[in-house]
Design a binder for this molecule. Sequence first.
Ligand code: PMP
Length: 428
Amino acid sequence: DVTNAQLVARREAAVPRGVASAAPIYAKYAENAELWDVEGNRYIDFCGGIGVLNTGHRHPKVVDAAKAQEDHYTHTSFQVVPYAPYIELAERLNALAPGDAPKKTLLVTTGAEAVENAVKIARAATGRPGVIAFTGGYHGRTLLTLGMTGKVSPYKKDVGPFPADVFRAPFPSVRDGITVDDAIIGLKNLFLTDAQPSRVAAIIIEPVLGEGGYVPVPFEMMQQLRAICDEHGILLIADEVQAGFGRTGTWFAIEHSGVVPDLITVAKSMAGGYPLAGVIGRADVMDAMDPGGLGGTYGGNPVACAAALAAIDAIENEGLLARSTAMGETLKARLAEIGTRSAPYRFWDIRGLGAMVAVEFVTDFDTAKPDADFTKRVIAHALKRGLLLLSCGMHGNALRIMVPLTASDAVVDEGLAILEAAVQAAVA
Ligand code: PMP
């Protein structure tokens, strides 16, 4: 049988190094919150395919729905011969999205594509070019979405220039001493210095920064953004690609703030492991573009739509929103315990919304200097002990937890025990 080491070597020869992988192991089999590599080693999965598996690896109902769809047709292209699962999913998403206005949904394949299309729709609807995004925001790796992504290394490094008329506003940060008031002043100053508000189509924000460190947008900030958008006729886009579909204990993370966005971008956990993404929005805005302006060969693939309908059913029928809230409380409490017991001066901030939880590691509490190296060591020690973990954050020093919401308490506990052992090993 093939070994991890053999695949590492073949990969180095066959795949560009720009596609990095967090773990030097190769998948063989996975189920719910567990994964086995090609050598038969078992891992508890706290990464969930980067936030894609809120319903776990191969949720039985998701897999059954995809297989049933495969027995009918796998691809026709919605732009050639359309099909019911696309419509059914659009109806479902329109009903789930917050706000009373009638909604429509466009389906595409990746999160970046969803963000690109949200910007196109916002431009067509407003007749304006400008887009405002935030420090630390992550919206994808295509050139427009990279322009919106607010982190240079590794994403934007060496590949500019980026599209014009993308502006950046500050995100509140305890670390940097930026309050909500400071962030709003920064946005208003941006209107004075670079971004004429009547030429801005949209403000896009992740209700919980994902790649940027699992930092929730303070609710009062979201409310002020809504008011500023309304004042200037700007559309508010919530990028829910990572935070949506139950990760934070609600269908969409923005619901916690009570704010209703004009457009929502979705992907990842919507389809339980199949490539599918979308833009959900106010019907009048979504209809701005003429026929033929939206779409793509694979957009809204029927197998992925069938999987998404089953994943949404699973979130609903298995009480995964409530499970997320409860799991978040457990994760935060256990992380606090681990910190106190094993490395009290390093667990600088434990934060998140629902089960979208991260801990930020520092060298010591006095300076609160970010410790990316310690974070890497914890991840490496965890891997050796059978736990898959990923970092995040502007300084690469936050550990995020994306364990499936379907994971049993026993598996979550086992993972947290490994995390504690990894922290102890990294301190030593
Ligand atoms: N937006 C957010 C908030 C994301 O977290 C991501 C992916 N991490 C994207 C957009 C891009 O999605 P994709 O990788 O599917 O293009």
